[in-house]
Design a protein around this ligand. Sequence first.
Ligand code: PPS
Length: 325
Amino acid sequence: MFSFKPLNCELVKSLSCPGAPTFIEVKLEDLSENPRLDSESKTCILPEKYQHFADKVRNFEVFDDDVWIVTFPKCGTTWTQEMVWLMDHDLDYHTAKQINLNRRSAYFEIGAIANNLSVDSISNTANLPRPRHIKSHLPMALLPKQLWTVKPRIVYVSRNPKDVAVSYMHHYQMIMGYRGTEKNFLEGLLADKVMYCPQVQHVLDFWRIRDQQNVLFLTYEQMKRDLVGVLSRVSQFFRKCFSEEQLTELFHHLSFDEMKKNPATNNVEMVAAAMQMNGRGGEKFEFMRKGQVGDYKNELSVDYIERFEEYIRQKLEGNDFDFSH
Ligand code: PPS
């Protein structure tokens, strides 16, 4: 079903880190079960470990009451997970505060990619109580094929690649223990050679199926600009009817400041454990970092901003999507 190509070029080798020392290109060879995948969509850069899980992921049993939250990394996954879990559980704040979001909404493939983690997250996800809430950064081609026949709810979120670049760079350095240069990391993104790349194709595959009934396509920028409007779309998607007062309370609960101080959503424990594992123990890093649109202007040089803009322009050519949505 898949082929696995070791990646030994200097750029990819320079992206080695304790969380992911070696990378492969995973390629879907059998396109028969996927909706509208074009040739660009068939590959994904992942840690070498993933080859032992690829078939298990692809053949994973999907249920129609599952909720899948799918994103490229750093696009607002955590924010969306909390929003969607609460919507689907009739705003059960009591449970949401008692049980960490990572247990309520499981990171599907983490055990298949994280070098120093020996959990089988695929089997653990299979055994979650239903309705299962499942987070994944995998691209369409690698996700379970039953998603396209069983058709559970899928919430997809995209974010502007320039802000993703900055957020991902901090994540890569602090959570995955990367000690290489920022230049190499940015070059890696521009060459689509960083973990989970290609990035724009990841988005386009879901943009193309956005009108399917079981798919809701959101963007980080929309959520920042008009969370009330997004909450209304999400509640319709879940066929829920909440009062204005309830939606106001949810809006407040989902704010950056509230989620940052909420131990069930701020990922403090997960980050501390990962930093310890990946050689950054004792250093300071907050998962809830800035939560802004346009932070790239503070961190990327003018040259890199231009290069990312050109990269985005080229990758979007011929498509009706743009990252200002
Ligand atoms: S991950 O590790 O890929 O699952 O990360 P992900 O959750 O997708 O993205 C993390 C970024 O989302 C920001 N974030 C938020 N922004 C606004 N409001 C809320 N409530 C919120 N929650 C998380 C988080 O700060 C990361 O972005 P940056 O730019 O790094 O601050």
